[in-house]
Design a protein around this ligand. Structure first.
Ligand code: ZN
Length: 331
């Protein structure tokens, strides 16, 4: 069975402007490499998402926050901007629409898998895991991960979802949203928050109330390479997945754990990303009949980003691909 690839040219408007590490050319650069290395008719079906509407955003976000983003009148000196959006996430015209397309891609990916039309579906540009119900931060406006999950719970009656966050930064927004929800097992591997944004994601953060024990934060030291990263996956993620028995696994995270990323200091190679994708697919095959929703969005080395995304996506899809690191390995 092919993998669904949710992508739209509209995603390029998700762009924080010159000088910002998150630019809108990332999606097209991935699509170019996909065409070169895999082609568009082998392995993937391209599907254009529709933008999320207010009701869908309200599965996670407050009406006041949605209204603020929709107006797009972002003034870094106003108290409202400080209240609703962190300074690292400067809004610009068109951002609301682009963010809604990304959320729509996540919702569609979830529904295609939940309804059995695809085993795996990938949202290109997704994984906005720092967004909170009433606050955007860390280049994330709407939390498409959480909205996808809430939609699956509400509309499709999915009881157990495992979120695996392999982004180099801790998924603080997603963690907070599901902190008291035992229907969602949230596992995040990330660079030690003492050394990296967002400064949370410590092992003692395990959830609260009914959700106690359903948040698993795994900080990794700077320069952690693929072998210990896979060790953590195999020793923590895999057994927990077998125990929790999710109906769907949602993995999110792009290329920022790469060894040459400009913001994160982890040590994953392009081949390593393929192995991460493989591990997720094999685990999903063992515990939930292979049902995976995948989101690739982050990455702050444009030369590396399409290679790492493609490696992840091919790993998740079980597709062999010949990819070499575009950057020489450090000693
Ligand atoms: Zn990140």
């Amino acid at each position: 069975m092919k993998t669904a690839l949710l992508y739209s040219e509209e995603m390029k408007r998700y762009d924080f402007g010159p000088g910002h590490p998150f630019r809108g050319d990332r999606h097209a650069s991935f699509m170019k490499l996909l065409k070169e290395k895999v082609g568009t008719d082998r392995g993937f079906d391209l599907i254009a998402p529709t933008p999320a509407d207010d009701d869908q955003l309200q599965l996670v976000h407050s009406p006041a926050y949605i209204e603020f983003i929709k107006k797009g009148e972002w003034d870094p000196w106003s108290w409202k901007a400080v209240e609703f959006v962190a300074a690292d996430t400067p809004l610009s015209p068109g951002m609301d629409e682009a963010a809604r397309v990304i959320v729509g891609a996540g919702i569609a990916a979830g529904e295609l898998v939940a309804t059995g039309r695809y085993k795996a579906a990938v949202s290109i540009g997704g994984g906005m895991h720092h967004a909170r119900p009433s606050r955007g931060a860390g280049f994330c406006i709407y939390n498409d991960v959480a909205i996808c999950v809430r939609n699956l719970q509400k509309k499709h009656g999915i009881e157990r979802i495992l979120i695996l966050d392999t982004d180099g930064h801790a998924g603080d927004g997603t963690c907070e949203i599901f902190y008291e929800d035992p229907r969602v097992l949230f596992i995040s591997l990330h660079q030690d928050p003492f050394t990296q944004y967002p400064g949370t994601g410590f092992p003692r953060q395990i959830g609260e109330g009914a959700g106690k024990g359903f948040s698993v934060n795994i900080p990794l030291p700077p320069r952690t390479a693929i072998a210990p990263f896979l060790y953590a996956l195999e020793e923590i993620f895999c057994p927990l997945a077998h125990e929790f028995k999710p109906e769907i696994i949602l993995r999110n995270g792009g290329s920022d754990p790469h060894f040459d990323d400009q913001l994160v200091q982890l040590g994953i190679t392009v081949e390593g990303f393929h192995r991460i994708g493989n591990t997720v697919r094999e685990t999903a095959e063992a515990v939930c009949d292979g049902r995976i929703v995948d989101m690739v969005g982050s990455g702050y080395n444009p030369a590396v980003l399409p290679y790492a995304w493609l490696a992840l996506v091919c790993g998740v899809s079980g597709l062999a691909v010949n990819l070499k690191d575009p950057i020489p390995l450090p000693p």
